[in-house]
Ligand binder design. Structure first.
Ligand code: 0O2
Length: 252
């Protein structure tokens, strides 16, 4: 009896190690992806002098949620089936200021040569019937483990602050009513989604106008402002001119 128990215990321990390795690969993929996103965020900040990314949240799906999804999707309960069918075990949510930032970030990520695009669902161009808007990407990224290279999928949801505000409220309501949301709230949520989309469009227009103004204004300045390590520094135009002049001289 004790021997059977011991064998079971050994099996369970081996399985635990296997599962931990499985989950860790997703955690490492998230770490890699977060580094890429942070670099883009900082670089964007230096060059364009504003935060295109407001905040980033990431998570590895809990084993309990993975199990629920396996049951909901009627999948086989084994590692291979989970690996092949559940692509959001590693997930990142990026919240941006403006709708145009979403597509800039999408391009900047997709153009990196170690990233493969497995899937793209644009719920901004085609919102869900309930009003949900967001850009969903499944990107595959290599993770280098002691056992070799593994390609791990990461789900990236990119949305504006308004889209995120709406989705959080809708999610809360959906679970509060145990997925049976009263008709009048569904209608109100749809109206709120339309209002949020209107707000995004308005903010985008205002921002474009400000940018044109900023560009024209900077032509008349004595110095250009740059942003280094969250600090604004003035680059005198005389300095830029003489560096530019020296460069032209060396090239000749
Ligand atoms: P969690 O806890 O957020 O991760 P999938 O189930 O992913 O295989 P689907 O439905 O095709 O299949 O995926 P889709 O459309 O890419 O959406 C997956 C995720 O997007 C959801 O994750 C939500 O986070 C979000 N989402 C999609 N639709 C809605 C919506 O109508 N309202 C809100 N608030 N969020 C939405 P999970 O799996 O639900 O859970």
């Amino acid at each position: 009896m004790d021997t059977v128990k011991n064998v079971r215990l050994t099996d369970m321990k081996a399985l635990k190690v296997e599962l931990t390795r499985f989950m860790m690969a997703y955690k490492f993929a998230l770490d890699e992806m977060n580094t890429k996103i942070n670099i883009l965020k900082e670089e964007f900040n230096y060059i364009h002098d504003y935060n295109s990314i407001e905040h980033v949240k990431s998570r590895v799906k809990s084993p309990e949620s993975i199990l629920k999804k396996v049951v909901r999707k009627n999948l086989d309960l084994n590692m291979q089936s989970i690996r092949e069918n559940i692509k959001d075990i590693a997930g990142v949510r990026i919240t941006c200021s403006f709708e145009s930032d979403i597509y800039k970030i999408q391009d900047m990520l997709q153009n990196q040569k170690d990233i493969n695009v497995l899937e793209c669902k644009d719920y901004i161009k085609s919102p869900k019937p309930n009003g949900y808007r967001s850009l969903h990407l499944i990107l595959e990224i290599p993770v280098f483990l002691s056992s070799g290279e593994e390609l791990i999928p990461v789900e990236i949801q990119i949305r504006t602050i308004a889209m995120d505000f709406w989705a959080s409220l809708e999610h809360k309501i959906y679970y509060k009513y145990n997925k049976e949301v009263p008709e009048h709230l569904l209608t109100e949520l749809k109206d709120a989604a339309t209002a949020a989309a209107g707000l995004d469009a308005k903010m985008e227009r205002i921002n474009k106008e400000i940018n044109v103004f900023k560009e024209n204004d900077s032509m008349n300045e004595e110095a250009l402002l740059i942003n280094v390590n969250e600090e604004h520094m003035a680059l005198p135009l005389r300095l830029l001119e003489s560096i530019g002049h020296a460069k032209t001289e060396t090239n000749h």
